[in-house]
Design a protein. Structure first.
Length: 294
């Protein structure tokens, strides 16, 4: 495994942290349907001049894998992002980042069920430690407050968003489609656009104005056209479980940007929870012994 393979998921997480801020700002001036549709339209317009001719040459292979590409696009690009934008209506950017930190735990569980991959002690213990950090963060220092006060609709959206991306990561590892990462990305972008176009015109249909242009460009180019490729490369080199652990860095990066750009308040609960979360990442990367040896 290349020693610098960690840069792929790390770069992807940095882009996603910025997207959390952009998404929060965008929800003040446009709908989740409009942002979801327009971002993949921009991604398709950017990628087609570069990948369109090659995709045409590989069209028979893409068509054969069309149902799997459609399923991947539905999970990782349509549902994951749209649910996240719906959550941004009621949650702060920091909370959105924190909830996405649950994805590694879900990925470990789904990998064990679908891929028959024995989890490592580092992944399990680091995941538990990260979950404790998330509980501290979400409970503002009181982890049991979530049980007492219940889960809001925004939290439900983010839990579903995290689950869909965990399932996406596992299926991406399980399915061998005979396509390189760029063709996988381009096929999923086109499928996402096909899925979101009728949804957008049925639910909204109002084209975004100039005020939202830079937010759409950020969501469409680095977030949609580049970060999925970085994530797929990470999964190919590190595996679904170890790549997903990097999602624990998302709360820290998002919270830092939220404090700096949105003026959100950083509390001691954020600091303690962030330390626990980051400790879980380090543990998962350093302890690689399988729980059950084959």
């Amino acid at each position: 495994m290349p020693s610098l393979a960690f840069l792929f998921p790390l770069s992807c997480i940095a882009i996603w942290a910025g997207n959390g801020i952009a998404g929060k700002l965008a929800m003040q001036i446009m709908s989740p349907a409009a942002l979801s549709w327009s971002r993949w339209l921009i991604a398709a317009l950017v990628l087609t001049p570069v990948l369109g001719a090659r995709a045409w040459r590989l069209r028979h292979r893409l068509v054969r894998s069309g149902h799997k590409l459609m399923a991947l696009a539905l999970l990782g690009m349509v549902l994951n992002q749209t649910l996240g934008y719906c959550a941004a209506k009621t949650l702060g950017a920091t909370e959105i980042g924190l909830m996405m930190g649950l994805t590694p735990l879900m990925t470990v569980l789904l990998s064990s069920l679908l891929l028959r991959e024995p989890p490592t002690w580092g992944a399990l213990l680091g995941g538990v430690l990260s979950l404790c950090g998330l509980a501290v963060l979400l409970g503002q220092g009181d982890p049991l407050s979530v049980l007492r006060h219940g889960i809001a609709i925004g939290d439900i959206y983010m839990l579903l968003s995290a689950f869909t991306y965990a399932l996406y990561s596992v299926l991406l590892r399980r399915w061998t489609l005979g396509l390189d990462s760029w063709m996988m990305l381009y096929g999923q972008v086109l499928c996402s656009l096909m899925l979101l176009t009728p949804y957008f015109f049925l639910v909204d249909g109002t084209l975004p104005d100039r005020q939202a242009l830079w937010l759409i460009l950020y969501a469409g180019i680095p977030t949609s056209a580049l970060s999925p490729w970085l994530w797929m490369q990470g999964i190919a080199l590190l595996g679904a479980n170890r790549t997903a652990i990097y999602l624990n860095l998302l709360p820290l990066m998002t919270a830092s940007l939220a404090v700096w750009l949105l003026g959100e308040q950083l509390t001691m609960a954020h600091v303690l929870g962030g330390i626990l979360t980051l400790s879980g990442v380090v543990m998962a990367q350093c302890i690689l012994r399988p729980v059950h040896r084959p």
